[in-house]
Design a protein around this ligand. Structure first.
Ligand code: SF4
Length: 401
């Protein structure tokens, strides 16, 4: 009886420990972003656990991922980080088997559709990456799990480990954190931008070139903590998209964390992060170059209007464009016309002339935004009033089709 009681107590303590660990490492993993900008974070999302994170799918849909750190023990002391070595906080670590089993429990209950695994740097980058790799091996090889896995690659890990992880994951990522060494020095005394981070990301991108990861390669930058300008951020993103075939660059608005050297720094406004995502979309999907985007004298995007509207207002001599004659490339530069609606306009033009604003509306054009920049069958429709600053899920932000 006594032995049974002891066994039951041990089991319950083990469960409590596991939950404590899971809650903590799930919450801490929230600092890695994978989709929705803060300004439009899904309001309806109520997670049943801190491990469930609403990631943005390719078409803007919400996909719940099991997002967790393998450990929050860290050898480094990045100035902004909740897990930095000198910060007084509880430290825990998952054993690979433990983490794999917990994830599968969530997956089988259909609470999540995939895993996003990251880690702080415990002992060494290689040692921590090995632990994550072991978790992936257990899932793929022991349990035959075939679903989605996004795995972080830690700065400084050996090429062999990158490749072994890449063979088991759908997406790999490494956080650059800043657009250059000068800005990175404001965030970390230990990390080296070129040798460790950029070269590491290039190695991952080159693995992707040979093995074609389904989810591609991504990175993340902290925004608003290192005096970095939006122009330098977007120039870097553009180089990564063009030169290294990166799938996405994510922007994470800086939020000060208590008991860190940057605790008194002002948080970055979510609107800045949102404008960066909009400008990033123009680079990736609308063939804009960073040189075409309009920045203020400090090299930042304007906050009060979306970057495509700012560009159009600064290039007013290119407008109005005639909807019935414009090329696809001209149509998608009109504020309020996205790629899907431009394609629909071209399709319908094969058979008929567009004559009414109402027709354009039905094709997905945001007419109140576009009217100032177009003529329709030769007729100009001046805007009724100046456009208000706004935040919405603008069509072109998530229109990935
Ligand atoms: S290495 Fe990563 S986890 Fe560790 S302090 Fe730096 S940012 Fe935080």
């Amino acid at each position: 009886m006594v032995a049974q009681g002891l066994y039951a107590r041990n089991l319950s303590m083990k469960k409590q420990n596991l939950h404590h660990k899971a809650n903590l490492l799930g919450e801490l993993a929230g600092f890695d972003v994978t989709g929705f900008p803060l300004a439009i974070f899904p309001k309806k999302h109520i997670a049943r656990s801190s491990l469930i994170y609403p990631a943005a799918g390719e078409k803007g849909e919400c996909i719940n991922l099991f997002k967790v750190l393998q450990t929050n023990f860290c050898e480094n002391n990045c100035f902004y980080c909740v897990n930095r070595k000198d910060r007084d906080c509880p430290r825990v670590e998952f054993a690979p088997q433990e983490l794999a089993s917990l994830f599968l429990e969530y997956y089988k209950k259909r609470w999540v559709k995939g895993l996003f695994l990251s880690s702080a740097i415990s002992v060494s980058p290689n040692a921590s990456q090995e632990k994550m790799l072991e978790t992936l091996r257990i899932l793929r090889q022991r349990y035959n799990y075939r679903g989605y896995i996004h795995c972080k690659i830690l700065p400084g890990v050996d090429t062999g480990l990158i490749e072994a992880t890449g063979r088991l994951a759908d997406r790999l990522s490494m956080n650059l954190e800043a657009p250059n060494q000068k800005c990175l020095s404001e965030l970390s005394a230990e990390k080296d931008f070129h040798r460790e981070l950029l070269d590491g990301l290039k190695k991952i991108a080159s693995f992707q070139g040979k093995h074609s990861l389904k989810g591609g390669v991504t990175t993340q930058l902290v925004v608003g903590a290192a005096n970095e300008g939006d122009k330098e951020i977007l120039s870097l993103s553009h180089n990564l998209y063009r030169g290294h075939n990166l799938r996405r660059v994510y922007y994470s608005a800086f939020t000060p964390v208590e008991d860190t050297p940057l605790e008194n720094l002002r948080p970055c406004p979510p609107l800045r992060e949102f404008r960066l995502y909009q400008a990033d979309f123009l680079l990736r999907k609308y063939n804009f170059t960073p040189e075409e985007l309009i920045f203020d004298e400090k090299g930042d995007l304007y906050l009060d209007k979306d970057p495509k509207l700012v560009w159009a207002l600064s290039n007013i001599d290119r407008f109005p464009v005639e909807i019935n004659k414009a090329l696809f490339e001209e149509l998608i530069r009109v504020p309020g016309i996205g790629r899907i609606s431009a394609r629909k306009i071209l399709d319908i033009r094969k058979n008929t002339k567009l004559k009414e604003l109402e027709q354009l509306k039905k094709l997905g054009t945001v007419v109140k935004r576009a009217r100032k920049f177009i003529t329709l069958n030769g007729k100009f429709y001046p805007a009724k009033k100046e456009l208000e600053p706004e935040i919405d899920k603008q069509l072109f932000l998530w229109e990935e089709i």
